[in-house]
Design a protein around this ligand. Structure first.
Ligand code: ADP
Ligand code: ZN
Length: 530
C-alpha cells in the first residue's frame, strides 16, 4: 500500500513521539523513514551516532509484519532488544546464545505476527530453516546493519555477509535498507552489488565531525606525552586511550592510575566480569579514562567522551575514523589525539606482510595503511584528508586540526632524502645483503664512529658524516617519513632498504617536501589558538 507522503510523515512522527518520546527526526531520518515505509530500498551512510537505528525501527512499526534486522554485533543484540522492549516494542532476537526451546518460542511468535522487530545474526539468517521460516512469516523489511561487512575492501569483512545476496533473490518484494557508518567508494559499490541495491535511494550524510579536533604528534615518550595532554586539556574528563596490545593496555592503565588519573584497562583477555565493570564505570561515573584495545567501543553510546587518544596506529582510516568518532557525540569540543613514530610504521607494515591473509586482502590492507600514513604525515589540513578518504570534497581547510592551528613549515628536503637513501643503499651493499635500522643509518649520516659502524666498515663510506649539518631528530623524522611514504621498506630486524619508488627521488626526478616537525615540537597546539 502506498500512502500519500504527508500521511506517512505524520504517522512516523506520531510513532516517534509515542514510542520513543522524541520531538522530531534529525535531518535525513525523516526522508529515509518515508522511503522505507513506502516500500523502497535504501542505502544509508551515516556517521556513528548519527541515528541510524530509528531509520529502520520506525518503519518496522509502521509497515505490516516484522522488521528483520541483520546484525553482526551478537554481543549487543540482547541489550538492543531489551531497550526496545522497555519502549513497548515487541522485539526478539535469534542467535547462537539461545537454547532450542527459546528459538522455537521466537519462531512461533514471528509466525503468529506477534513481533514488531526481530534481530538475527547473519549465520542464523542463512540457515535453510530460518529462510524457510521467513518465507512463511509476515516480513515488513530487511535492515542490514553494519552493511560494510559485505565488502572485502571494508575493514570488517564477514563471509556470511557476503552471502546476503540471498535476500534480494528469495525476497524480491520486501524492502531492504542497508546501513553503515563506514564506506568509501569501493565499499559502497560492494554493498550496492551484493544486496542488489542499484537504483535504491541513497542517503549519504556528511562524515564531518566539526567539534572534534584532530591532532597527530611524533611519538617521543608516549605515556608522558599522554599525561601532559590530559593534564593540559582534559583533566577530569572521560576519555578512551587505544593501545595495540593487551600488555600495553595494562601497563598504560596502571601507570596513569599511579599518576592520579582514574584509568581502567579493557581488553579481550579480561574476564567478562572485569570488562563489564570497566564498561559500567566508564558509562556511569564521571571522568573515567578507559585504556583499551580496539575490542572496546563498538556499540558504546556515551555522549560526553571528551578525548580519544591513540598510543598506537590504528589499522586503517576507517578504524581511525570509527575510534575517534566515539569522542564528542554531544557536539561539544573534543580531541582526537594520536602519537606515532617510526617503530609503529615498521611494526604494522611487518605485521601486515607476515599475516597469512590471502595476497589480495593483504594488498587492500596495505593500501589502507598507506592512506592512514599519508594522513599522519600530512602537511595540509587533516580534516580535508580524512573526509576526502570517505569521498567528501571540502574546499576550505578546517581551522580545527593541528595543521590548521599550527601550520608546520615545509621545505624541500630532496637532498637530505637522497643522503638517507644512499646511506641505506651503501650500508646494505654487503656480501650478506644485510640491512640496517634507522638508528644505525642516523649514526652513519651524522658521522658517529660507533662500535657497530666501525666494525662494519661504515666509517669508510662516502656517506659517513654527510648529514652533520642536521641533528639526530631531524634524521629520525626524515627516515620515518621515507618509510611512511614507501621510499624505504623495513625487512628483517628492522633493516631498511631503498624501494623501487625511491629511484625517482634519487635521480632527482621527484622532490620530497619535508615537514619540519622534528625541529618544532608539535605538541604546542593550545585551545587559545583557535
Ligand atoms: P548510530 O546507529 O547511527 O550510531 P543510533 O541510532 O544509536 O546511532 O543513535 C545515536 C543516539 O542518538 C541514540 O542515543 C539515539 O537515541 C539518539 N537519536 C537518534 N535519533 C534521534 C532523534 N530524532 N531525536 C533524538 N535523539 C535521537
Ligand atoms: Zn584542518
Amino acid at each position: 500500500t502506498t500512502l500519500p507522503p504527508a500521511d506517512t510523515d505524520a504517522r512516523a512522527l506520531e510513532v516517534l513521539s509515542r514510542v520513543w518520546g522524541y520531538g522530531g527526526f534529525r535531518d535525513v531520518q525523516a526522508d529515509i523513514v518515508r522511503t522505507v515505509v513506502e516500500g523502497q530500498n535504501a542505502l544509508v551512510l551515516m556517521p556513528t551516532g548519527g541515528g541510524k537505528s530509528l531509520c529502520y525501527q520506525v518503519p518496522s512499526l509502521l509497515r505490516p509484519g516484522t522488521g528483520i534486522v541483520v546484525s553482526p554485533l551478537i554481543a549487543l543484540m540482547k541489550d538492543q532488544v531489551d531497550a526496545l522492549r522497555q519502549f513497548g516494542v515487541r522485539a526478539a532476537f535469534l542467535n547462537s546464545s539461545l537454547s532450542a526451546p527459546e528459538v522455537r518460542e521466537v519462531e512461533a511468535a514471528l509466525l503468529a505476527g506477534e513481533l514488531d522487530m526481530l534481530y538475527v545474526a547473519p549465520e542464523r539468517l542463512l540457515l535453510p530453516r530460518t529462510l524457510e521460516l521467513l518465507e512463511r512469516a509476515p516480513v515488513a523489511l530487511f535492515a542490514i546493519d553494519e552493511a560494510h561487512c559485505v565488502s572485502q575492501w571494508g575493514h570488517d569483512f564477514r563471509p556470511e555477509y557476503g552471502q546476503l545476496g540471498v535476500l534480494p533473490r528469495r525476497f524480491p518484494d520486501i524492502p531492504r535498507v542497508a546501513l553503515t557508518a563506514t564506506a568509501d567508494d569501493r565499499t559502497r559499490a560492494d554493498i550496492l552489488n551484493v544486496l542488489e541495491l542499484r537504483g535504491a535511494a541513497q542517503f549519504i550524510s556528511s562524515f564531518d565531525r566539526p567539534n572534534i579536533q584532530y591532532r597527530v604528534a611524533n611519538k617521543e615518550g608516549p605515556k608522558t606525552q599522554l599525561l601532559d595532554f590530559i593534564h593540559a586539556e582534559h583533566r577530569g574528563d572521560a576519555g578512551i586511550v587505544y593501545c595495540l596490545s593487551r600488555k600495553s593496555v595494562e601497563q598504560t592503565a596502571q601507570w596513569l592510575a599511579a599518576q592520579g588519573i582514574d584509568a581502567v584497562p579493557y581488553h579481550a583477555g579480561l574476564s567478562p566480569r572485569e570488562r563489564n565493570h570497566a564498561q559500567d564505570r566508564f558509562l556511569n561515573d564521571e571522568g573515567v579514562v578507559v585504556v583499551a584495545t580496539v575490542a572496546f567501543g563498538m556499540g558504546i553510546d556515551k555522549p560526553n567522551v571528551r578525548f580519544v587518544a591513540h598510543l598506537d596506529l590504528p589499522k586503517s582510516m576507517e578504524g581511525y575514523y570509527q575510534e575517534t568518532g566515539r569522542a564528542g557525540r554531544d557536539g561539544l569540543p573534543s580531541t582526537a589525539w594520536m602519537v606515532y613514530g617510526l617503530a609503529d610504521v615498521v611494526n604494522v607494515k611487518r605485521m601486515l606482510s607476515q599475516s597469512d591473509a590471502p595476497e589480495d586482502v593483504k594488498r587492500v590492507e596495505a593500501a589502507k595503511l598507506d592512506a592512514l600514513l599519508t594522513y599522519c604525515e600530512a602537511s595540509g589540513c587533516r580534516r580535508q584528508l580524512l573526509l576526502a578518504y570517505f569521498g567528501e570534497e571540502r574546499n576550505e581547510p578546517c581551522g580545527n586540526c593541528d595543521i590548521c592551528l599550527n601550520p608546520p613549515k615545509v621545505r624541500d628536503a630532496t637532498r637530505e632524502a637522497q643522503m638517507a637513501l644512499s646511506a641505506a643503499i651503501r650500508t646494505g651493499n654487503n656480501p650478506r645483503n644485510m640491512h640496517f635500522g634507522a638508528a644505525h643509518l642516523t649514526d652513519v649520516l651524522l658521522g658517529q664512529p660507533t662500535e657497530k659502524v666501525v666494525s662494519m666498515g661504515h666509517h669508510l663510506l662516502p656517506t659517513f658524516g654527510v648529514g652533520k649539518g642536521h641533528d639526530e631528530k631531524m634524521w629520525r623524522g626524515l627516515i620515518r617519513q621515507l618509510v611512511s611514504l614507501g621510499h624505504l621498506a623495513a625487512g628483517e630486524h628492522y633493516g631498511l632498504s631503498a624501494t623501487g619508488k625511491s629511484r625517482a627521488l634519487l635521480k632527482g626526478e621527484t622532490t620530497l617536501m619535508l615537514r619540519e616537525d622534528s625541529l618544532v615540537p608539535r605538541e604546542k597546539v593550545r585551545k587559545r589558538d583557535r
